[in-house]
Design a protein around this ligand. Structure first.
Ligand SMILES: [Zn+2]
Length: 91
Protein backbone atom coordinates (compact mmCIF):
# COMPACT_ATOMS: atom_id res chain seq x y z
CA UNK A 1 0.00 0.00 0.00
CA UNK A 2 1.62 3.22 -1.09
CA UNK A 3 0.42 6.62 -0.05
CA UNK A 4 1.15 10.21 -0.99
CA UNK A 5 2.16 9.54 -4.57
CA UNK A 6 3.36 12.98 -5.46
CA UNK A 7 4.01 13.70 -9.07
CA UNK A 8 1.40 11.26 -10.31
CA UNK A 9 -0.46 14.10 -11.99
CA UNK A 10 2.58 15.20 -13.93
CA UNK A 11 3.44 18.80 -14.65
CA UNK A 12 0.55 21.18 -14.27
CA UNK A 13 -0.91 22.13 -17.60
CA UNK A 14 -3.95 24.40 -17.81
CA UNK A 15 -6.85 22.55 -19.37
CA UNK A 16 -10.23 23.55 -20.70
CA UNK A 17 -13.29 21.54 -21.64
CA UNK A 18 -14.21 21.45 -25.31
CA UNK A 19 -17.85 22.47 -25.77
CA UNK A 20 -18.11 20.13 -28.73
CA UNK A 21 -16.91 16.75 -27.52
CA UNK A 22 -16.84 17.62 -23.81
CA UNK A 23 -13.32 16.25 -23.52
CA UNK A 24 -10.71 18.18 -21.64
CA UNK A 25 -7.77 19.42 -23.57
CA UNK A 26 -4.75 21.58 -23.08
CA UNK A 27 -5.57 25.24 -23.20
CA UNK A 28 -2.95 25.73 -25.90
CA UNK A 29 -4.66 23.19 -28.14
CA UNK A 30 -8.15 24.64 -27.92
CA UNK A 31 -9.56 27.67 -29.63
CA UNK A 32 -11.50 30.23 -27.65
CA UNK A 33 -14.69 31.81 -28.91
CA UNK A 34 -16.54 34.75 -27.46
CA UNK A 35 -19.79 36.51 -28.23
CA UNK A 36 -19.50 39.99 -29.66
CA UNK A 37 -22.75 41.82 -30.34
CA UNK A 38 -24.61 38.55 -30.75
CA UNK A 39 -22.12 36.95 -33.08
CA UNK A 40 -19.63 34.23 -32.39
CA UNK A 41 -16.08 35.47 -32.79
CA UNK A 42 -12.81 33.61 -32.71
CA UNK A 43 -10.84 35.01 -29.80
CA UNK A 44 -7.46 34.51 -31.37
CA UNK A 45 -5.52 35.98 -28.46
CA UNK A 46 -7.62 34.01 -25.94
CA UNK A 47 -7.75 37.11 -23.80
CA UNK A 48 -11.08 38.78 -24.53
CA UNK A 49 -13.06 39.72 -21.42
CA UNK A 50 -16.19 37.85 -20.47
CA UNK A 51 -17.20 34.27 -20.96
CA UNK A 52 -15.49 32.11 -23.51
CA UNK A 53 -16.32 28.82 -25.20
CA UNK A 54 -13.41 26.49 -25.77
CA UNK A 55 -13.30 24.15 -28.70
CA UNK A 56 -10.87 21.78 -30.34
CA UNK A 57 -9.70 23.04 -33.70
CA UNK A 58 -11.53 20.21 -35.45
CA UNK A 59 -14.58 20.25 -37.72
CA UNK A 60 -16.18 17.38 -35.80
CA UNK A 61 -16.07 19.30 -32.53
CA UNK A 62 -17.37 22.41 -34.24
CA UNK A 63 -20.33 20.53 -35.69
CA UNK A 64 -21.18 18.91 -32.40
CA UNK A 65 -21.06 22.25 -30.65
CA UNK A 66 -23.38 23.79 -33.24
CA UNK A 67 -25.83 20.89 -33.21
CA UNK A 68 -25.96 20.87 -29.43
CA UNK A 69 -26.23 24.65 -29.26
CA UNK A 70 -23.25 24.55 -26.97
CA UNK A 71 -22.12 28.06 -27.82
CA UNK A 72 -25.15 29.96 -26.52
CA UNK A 73 -25.15 27.68 -23.49
CA UNK A 74 -21.48 28.22 -22.72
CA UNK A 75 -21.60 31.93 -23.38
CA UNK A 76 -24.95 32.44 -21.63
CA UNK A 77 -26.33 34.50 -24.44
CA UNK A 78 -27.79 34.12 -27.88
CA UNK A 79 -25.15 33.99 -30.58
CA UNK A 80 -25.35 33.57 -34.31
CA UNK A 81 -22.93 30.93 -35.47
CA UNK A 82 -21.86 31.49 -39.03
CA UNK A 83 -19.62 29.46 -41.25
CA UNK A 84 -16.32 31.25 -41.50
CA UNK A 85 -16.36 32.68 -38.02
CA UNK A 86 -14.82 36.14 -37.96
CA UNK A 87 -11.65 36.53 -35.96
CA UNK A 88 -11.47 39.02 -33.17
CA UNK A 89 -9.34 41.97 -34.10
CA UNK A 90 -9.04 40.85 -37.69
CA UNK A 91 -11.69 43.22 -38.96
ZN1 LIG B 1 -13.53 18.61 -28.92
Amino acid sequence: MSRGGTGAEGPHVPTRTCVGCRQRGERAQLRRYVAVEGRLVDDVAKSAPGRGAWLHDEPACWERAVVRKAFPRALRCRVDVEPGTPQLGAA
